[in-house]
Design a protein around this ligand. Structure first.
Ligand SMILES: Cc1cc2nc3c(=O)[nH]c(=O)nc-3n(C[C@H](O)[C@H](O)[C@H](O)COP(=O)(O)OP(=O)(O)OC[C@H]3O[C@@H](n4cnc5c(N)ncnc54)[C@H](O)[C@@H]3O)c2cc1C
Length: 378
């Protein structure tokens, strides 16, 4: 017995696909509508903490994820300047428990392909070029969903996993929206020098943070976090020039990164955002999860992990109860809101300390406290 028989999901990002996998595995009919014409996952690489890996295991996707990514433990801090000396080697908390590595880096397109494959194999119907444009609840507790301005079907539930600029969130009348936090990030997918075995961060120098994360045998993504600027119209050549310029203060593996940039590695730019929608995340039979409900600067790399946990908890409730009622929503919000909010607030605080140049702040203590909290299952 499940609380739903037929569900529509807006968005085929990691969060929408995770929800689709769990529902389809439980025998629920699932239609996933994705606005983009095909699966693309920009942004080069992603860092997935143990608690995200634990979710992939629950989905049945862990073996594929493990094979496609680069597992590592700990974090190195290096200093700017000649030789890029390692100034600290910090241990990680295993937020997924002892069965999973502390973290794993992987190319975003590989993650997207694995989750799409699992969703389709579980029986979910995924439609691309299909933007959810509206919905209306019917008198008999169902939701009529419109896609590309045409009626697309009647469902027991609509899950809005449609990301930062969520159409579903706006249509629900939720006013809380992502706001810039004042930081922008350059990212490039590059080759991995053999000495890079874990994430390494450089504090100090011309940008707030310079760093890189291994994503595979021969690959990693490199990033520079700067004061947010209007960089969106810059040409590819200009983007490369900016990344080269801003990284000159960093030695060590940055020399290899610059060599890749000079050979044409693509530099991608975006701003960090922050928001957390207060409870409830649902109105009747429509609910938002993932980046639609919360976002934060990736200062502790927990954004996707939180969205994946939203998907896991929501689908667990939907597949183990027999009604979509207030008790279900109360249980969902009690398990998800405090946890997602703690991550957003800590991530925003860490970023703000960087912006303020506050060197006395206890960043390590805050990160450790959140990691301890995430080590408890969602
Ligand atoms: C610079 C940066 C670095 C980050 N690094 C990390 C990290 O290292 N680790 C981590 O855990 N998190 C990280 N995050 C956060 C992470 O990327 C997000 O939390 C996660 O990707 C959100 O997934 P999602 O499925 O909710 O949203 P998305 O991935 O945005 O997916 C939403 C999907 O919905 C589609 N869509 C939109 N509107 C509609 C509509 N109306 N109808 C149908 N489809 C629609 C979109 O096309 C999109 O495919 C980072 C974020 C940023 C900005």
């Amino acid at each position: 017995m499940t609380a739903v028989n037929k569900v529509a999901i807006a968005g085929a990002g990691a969060v929408g696909l995770a929800a689709a996998i769990q529902l389809a595995k439980a025998g629920v009919e699932v239609d996933v509508f994705e606005a983009k014409p095909e699966l693309t996952a920009l942004g080069s690489g992603i860092s997935l903490q143990g608690n995200a890996l634990r979710v992939f295991d629950a989905l049945g996707a862990w073996d594929d994820i493990r094979a496609a990514g680069f597992a590592f433990e700990g974090l190195n801090l290096r200093a700017p300047g000649p030789g890029a000396p390692i100034v600290a080697e910090l241990p990680d908390v295993k937020t997924g428990g002892p069965d999973y590595p502390a973290a794993m880096g992987m190319p975003r397109p590989a993650l997207a392909e694995i989750l799409l494959d699992h969703a389709q194999r579980a029986g979910a119907n995924v439609r691309f070029g299909a933007k959810v444009t509206g919905f209306a609840e019917t008198a008999d507790a169902a939701v009529e969903v419109s896609v590309n301005d045409e009626p697309a079907g009647v469902y027991d539930l609509l899950i809005g996993a449609d990301g930062l600029n969520s159409t579903v969130r706006d249509a629900l009348g939720v006013d809380t929206k992502p706001e810039p936090n004042g930081m922008g990030i350059w990212r490039a997918f590059v080759s991995r020098p053999a000495e890079v075995q874990r994430t390494e961060l450089y504090y100090g120098g011309p940008v707030y943070i310079a760093g890189y994360t291994p994503t595979g045998e021969g690959t990693m993504y490199a990033f520079l976090v700067e004061k947010a600027q209007d960089r969106f119209g810059v040409s590819d050549e200009e983007a490369t020039r900016i990344m080269l310029e801003e990284s000159r203060a960093y030695d060590g593996p940055w020399n290899a990164i610059r060599a890749d940039l000079e050979k044409g590695a693509h530099a991608n730019y975006t701003w960090f955002t922050k928001h957390i929608v207060e409870a409830p995340w649902n109105r009747g039979r429509v609910v938002i999860i993932g980046d639609a409900a919360h976002s934060c600067p990736p200062t502790i790399a927990q954004g996707a992990a939180q969205g994946l946990e939203d998907a896991l908890v929501l689908t667990e409730l939907l597949t183990t109860r027999d009604a979509v009622d207030q008790e279900l929503w109360d249980a969902f919000h009690a398990r998800r809101l405090p946890r997602a909010k703690a991550v957003v607030e800590a991530s925003v605080q860490l970023a703000q300390w960087q912006i303020d140049g506050d060197r006395d702040a206890d960043a390590g203590g805050l990160i450790f406290g959140i990691a301890q909290q995430m080590a408890q299952p969602a």
